[in-house]
Design a protein around this ligand. Structure first.
Ligand SMILES: [Zn+2]
Length: 125
């Protein structure tokens, strides 16, 4: 894969960012969640999917629902997902964490010092 390096606000950075998606599985829709999560490459296998879904339902915590999505596909996912709630977006590789920078407007947790990547326009649409 070709590595693109561009300048963003005077800093050298890598590719525009992509997004990971986290949310809480609706305990009434566990089966639907398992089927959906098996079809994406977030977890290595069905056992890991079931573990994650159980953890989310039992402990009321967010788990990873998708990885490396573009902004438009992340938003499509949020709108079409019927089996999870409290969905949030994260800069790829980051996890939702209250101590991290968070953009309310874009429901996005992000790292770095450049501010929200969507506000800045530095992301994969
Ligand atoms: Zn933003």
């Amino acid at each position: 894969m070709k590595q693109i390096t561009i300048k963003h606000q005077g800093k050298l950075v890598e590719d525009p960012i992509r997004f990971d998606i986290y949310g809480k599985v609706d305990p009434g829709k566990r089966d639907e969640a398992v089927v959906s999560l098996k079809s994406v490459n977030v977890y290595p296998g069905e056992i890991e999917v079931r573990k994650a879904v159980s953890e989310s339902c039992q402990n009321n915590v967010r788990i990873q629902l998708a990885r490396s999505a573009t902004w438009s596909s992340a938003n499509e996912f949020e709108q079409s997902c019927s089996w999870a709630n409290q969905i949030v977006f994260c800069q790829e590789g980051y996890r939702p964490d209250d101590e991290r920078a968070y953009c309310k407007k874009h429901n996005l947790y992000y790292g770095g010092i450049l501010g929200c990547h969507v506000c800045e326009g530095f992301y994969q649409t």
